[in-house]
Design a protein around this ligand. Sequence first.
Ligand code: ZN
Length: 534
Amino acid sequence: MSSEHVAGLPSSVDVYDTTLRDGAQQEGISLTVEDKLRVARQLDALGVRYIEGGWPGANPKDAEFFRRAPEELNLEHATLVAFGSTRRAGVKAESDATLRSLLEASTKAVCLVAKAWDYHVTDALRTSLGEGIKMAFDSVDFLVKQGLEVFFDAEHFFDGYKRNPSYSLSILDAAEQAGARTLVLCDTNGGALPFEVEEIVARVSEVSAAQIGVHFHNDSGCAVANSLSAVRAGATHVQGCINGYGERTGNANLSTVVPDLTLKMGIETVPRERIQLITSLSRHVAEIVNLPLSPQSPYVGASAFTHKAGLHVSAIARRPDAYEHIDPETVGNGTRFVVSEMAGRQSLLLKANELGVEIRDEALSQVLERLKELEHKGYHFEVADGSLELLLRLSEGWTQDFFSLESFKVLTEYKEKGESVTEATVKVVVNGERVIETAEGNGPVSALDAALRKALRPYFEALSQMHLTDFKVRVLDSDKATDATVRVLIDSSNGDDTWSTIGVSSNVIEASWHALVDSIVVGLIRAAASSVYL
Ligand SMILES: [Zn+2]
C-alpha cells in the first residue's frame, strides 16, 4: 500500500457530502430532522469539508433542519450548505422564492443547480438558451453579492457537453463570471465512463479558472472510478454520499472515494488521523437510515477483510498483507476469519484472537469437536460469529451469569381480515430476582425480543443501545416438510459493532429463542467488557 503523494495529482480535494440531500432520495430512506442532525454530527466528526443539508425551498423538513442546525450542530470541521435551483425563467433573482428560501436557511454556503444540457433548457424549462444562461448568472451573482460562498451544480453536464459543448461551457462561464466558488460537473443520469470523464474534465480545467468539482451517479457502475478519474484530470472537489446512497443505483460512495483518494492516491481529504473513523461512521449512518450495510462494501463492509479459504488463513497468519490491499485498521475495520467445521486449529485460533478470547490448546480441540457436531445438526458458524464467541468462551469455563430462563410462552391470535397479534411472556431470573414480562410484536421473534428486553432493561442499561438489524429463517431439509429443521440467524448492532447469532431447531420459535438469547448475551458481553461480569 502506498499513500505517498503521486506526482501530477492535486495535494488536496474538498470532500462534499450530499447524503442528507441527494442520498435521501434513495427508495426506503426517510430521515427525520433528528436523524439528519445525527448524520451531520457524524460527518463533521469524520472531518468532511462540506455537508449539504437539504433543499429548504422544496421541503419544509429541510427548512426546519436549517433552522435548528445553528443551535443544535456545533460543527467543528464542516461548513453547512443549503441546496436550491437557480431563479425561474422571467423572474428577477431578488424576488425568486427559491433564492429567498436559500437566504433564509442562513448558511455561509449554498449550492445552486442549473441545467447544462441545451435540450433540458428548451424542453424542460421551456425557455431560450440565452435565458438559461442569464438565469445561472443572475442567481449566482445575487447570492455572491449577499456574501455567500456559491457552489454551482451544472446538471447533466457530461451528457450536455457530449452533444453541445459550447452551450454547456457557456453555462459554466456565466457562473464563473458571476463569482461561483466551484463549478460542479454533474453526471445526473449516471451513464458516464472514466475515460470520457477524464477527457471532459481536463478540457474544462483548461478553459476555466474556477475550482472544478464533480458529482457522479452510479448507473454505469462507475461513480467511484469516475470521481477518481476526474481528480486525475484536475477536479479538486468531489461530491458523494456515505455508503453510496442515492436515487436508482446511488451516488458516488464516499466511504470508498475518501479512502481511495487518501490511501491510494496520497491526496489530503479528511484529516489524516480521522480516516480510521470511516468504518464506524458508515455503519452508524446505515443504522440511522435503517438499511443494512452490504458486507461487501469496500473498506468498511463486514466482509471487506474476511478470509475463509484455509490457504489464505495460514498465509495471513504469517504475513498480514499477503491477501489484504491495505491494513484494515487504517480505516477502522479489522481482519476477520470465518470458521466452519472445515476449519483447522489455526483458523480457530485466529478467530479466538480476533474475538479477544484467550483459549488453551485442549479447549481448542473441544471446540473443534463441538463445531463439527453442531454443524452436522445444521448450525453454520461461518455466519454467526456471535454464537461462535459464546462457544469459545464456554469452553474456557465462562458461564452466562446475566440472567437465566425459567420459561417462555408465545401466543398468536388471528383476527378477521388476516390481522394477527403475537404476544410473548418470558419468566427469567436476574440478580436473584424473578421477573415476568409480557410484550406484543408483529411476529414471535419480535414479541419474544420485546418481552425479554422489557424484563432485562432495568438491570442492563446497555440494552437500550442494542437492537436487531436483520432476521433470517431458513428451512434446512425441506423434503421433510413440517418436520424440517430450521435455522434462524439474527444480526444485531449497538451502533458501533455488529454481530450475528444462530439457533437451530425443528421448532422455529425455539430456534429463534436461542439466536435471540445469544444476541443479547453477546451484546451484554461487549457492553460490559470492562465490568464485573467478565
Ligand atoms: Zn445527483
